[in-house]
Ligand binder design. Structure first.
Ligand code: FAD
Length: 504
């Protein structure tokens, strides 16, 4: 039975003020940081997590929404990464059944050798999942393939291989992990950027952080500081050592969202080899189809990365080769970009860099974790907290997250689309998000508490004024706040629609 503790920002700030020293202070509230907060708190460590924007505002709300071993990493021969991810996939399905489900994928075969080639690979994938497998892969004839995916281009189609993987809602899983960490005693604060590191005799003993709303600065003492800021990791490492050499090679991946009519039925499509040697997915997500992704090395890191025109063309032209009706720019309901925090390697192309994670500890004692995948967030957290406990001799229990059910596991999936809700249902949803899920801005609600912005940006923009008014009632805000929220949201949302001036 779930005991319900709403996440409340003011109460969390009061708890922060009454805690003289934490065991563990985590910078960054994406999948990695939230996983660490949950692991640490559930081992009995006094834990605080600070996020500069909203939870999962970064890469963690912009994934392809797959809980997967990574068929592509199997092609690359990264057996350990695939094995770990398949095991974690099974655990996530058990611990968060309200947000993760089984998804059938079709690999269409247009050349004679593709069926045996991908079929053998996927049989190995099945075997590697062992007891946590989601079902055997199958060979389908052309007719069976078209029955499951009627919009696949039938010309020269030989058949397909069908395999099983996991699919999830990333931002909702982030909130579920945050709520579970909160239930376990962690303090989690959004809109609370870390602005500096506290040091004594060259050892880190805490952080400076600022409440974005009150603009108050806080000095927070902690035995361990963990940097889990993804693509922003280098900036935090420079606070520790101004001579730090950047270790992250950011790579952008974009997704286009189109209506379900482009891929009716329940199956997703996996295209195993694009022109740049990647895989491309078309995945049912809520009542839409997510198409992606790309791998574009970039120099500038932003909290709101924008899809490039070349990336949009790449996805539309590739997916068009496989569907009987090609989606065009006008069919795109929304699009979103995320940044991979890849760890620099000797390869020039970002597609070749490791998707595995790396954990390091600096001379001053800061632990930094980056890389990895959403799927493996739990294992990454376990390893990070193990290192913190050993290095700082913390008194902590054993890791329990393998079997810890996440908040909401016994509830129906959360509502993430607002266009079909009545006024009173919408009011209730807004109230719930504000009162229980630390939803602070209009964008928090439309992008991550619900997923309307990613599912259909035009609907999100249309509904924004009404939602801002509902939020203002619950948050007790004035007219100015409403106007400001609508303006900020419209600017952000415009880059989720094709044709934005930034896409060149
Ligand atoms: C296009 C794309 C598709 C992907 N698809 C999948 C997939 O289908 N399945 C899968 O398993 N994985 C996928 N991944 C990988 C996965 O999304 C990432 O590995 C994961 O989300 C990274 O989480 P993170 O917490 O490390 O980083 P982030 O989510 O970026 O979180 C870091 C956080 O740190 C915060 N921060 C930065 N500086 C500060 C500061 N000074 N103070 C406080 N907070 C700060 C940021 O605001 C941010 O919220 C995908 C990645 C990309 C880019």
């Amino acid at each position: 039975m779930n005991i319900f503790f709403p996440m409340n920002r003011s109460a969390s700030i009061n708890s922060l003020l009454s805690t003289p020293e934490f065991d563990c202070c985590i910078i960054g509230g994406g999948a990695t940081g939230l996983g660490i907060a949950l692991d640490a708190a559930s081992r009995g460590l006094k834990t605080i997590l600070l996020e500069q924007h909203d939870f999962a505002k970064g890469t963690s709300s912009r994934s392809t929404k797959l809980v997967h071993g990574g068929v592509r990493y199997l092609q690359q021969g990264n057996i350990r990464l695939v094995m770990d991810a398949l095991k974690e996939r099974g655990l996530l399905l058990r611990n968060a059944p309200h947000l993760v489900h089984n998804q059938a994928f079709i690999v269409p075969n247009y050349k004679w050798w593709e069926k045996p080639f991908y079929g053998i690979g996927l049989k190995i994938y099945d075997k590697m999942a062992g007891k946590l497998g989601l079902g055997p892969s199958l060979f389908l004839s052309k007719e069976e393939t078209l029955e499951k995916a009627p919009t696949l281009d039938p010309e020269n189609l030989k058949g397909s291989v069908l395999y099983q993987d996991g699919q999830f809602d990333d931002a909702r899983l982030a909130i579920s992990i945050a709520q579970t960490a909160h239930e376990q005693g962690a303090i989690l604060l959004n809109y609370f950027p870390v602005t500096g590191l506290l040091k004594q005799q060259n050892k880190i003993i805490g952080v400076w952080a600022r409440d974005q709303f009150s603009e108050k600065e806080y000095e927070i003492s902690s035995k361990v500081v963990i940097n889990a800021t993804g693509v922003f990791s280098d900036a935090i490492m420079k606070m520790d050592d101004p001579f730090h050499q950047n270790m992250i090679s950011p790579s952008q991946g974009i997704h286009l969202v189109v209506d379900k009519e482009f891929l009716p039925g329940d199956s997703a499509i996996m295209i195993p080899r694009t022109d740049d040697g990647r895989v491309l997915f078309a995945v049912p997500w809520h009542d839409k189809i997510v198409l992606g992704t790309t791998d574009t090395a970039i120099n500038e890191i932003s909290a709101e990365p924008v899809p490039l025109a070349t990336e949009i063309d790449f996805i539309l032209s590739h997916i068009g080769r496989y569907l009987s009706r090609d989606p065009s720019l006008q069919d795109v309901r929304s699009m979103f970009a995320g940044l991979r925090p890849l760890i620099k390697g000797k390869h020039k192309k970002t597609a070749a860099l490791s998707r595995d994670h790396a954990i390091s500890i600096s001379d001053s004692g800061m632990i930094t974790i980056n890389g990895g995948k959403w799927t493996t967030y739990r294992k990454m957290a376990e390893e990070t907290v193990d290192l913190a406990v050993q290095s700082f001799k913390l008194t902590a229990g054993n890791c329990i997250t393998k079997t810890l059910l996440l908040n909401g596991h016994d509830q129906p999936p959360p509502l993430v689309q607002i266009d079909q809700l009545t006024e009173s249902q919408l009011q209730e949803l807004v109230r719930h998000a504000v009162k229980n899920e630390m939803c602070m801005t209009l964008e928090d609600f439309l992008s991550r508490r619900t997923r309307q912005l990613l599912l259909d940006a035009r609907i999100a923009i249309t509904k924004a004024p009404a939602i801002a008014r509902m939020m203002a009632v619950v948050l007790e805000k004035e007219e100015n706040w409403i106007k400001e929220q609508i303006n900020i949201f419209k600017i952000t949302a415009s880059s989720y629609l094709p044709g934005s001036s930034n896409q060149n």
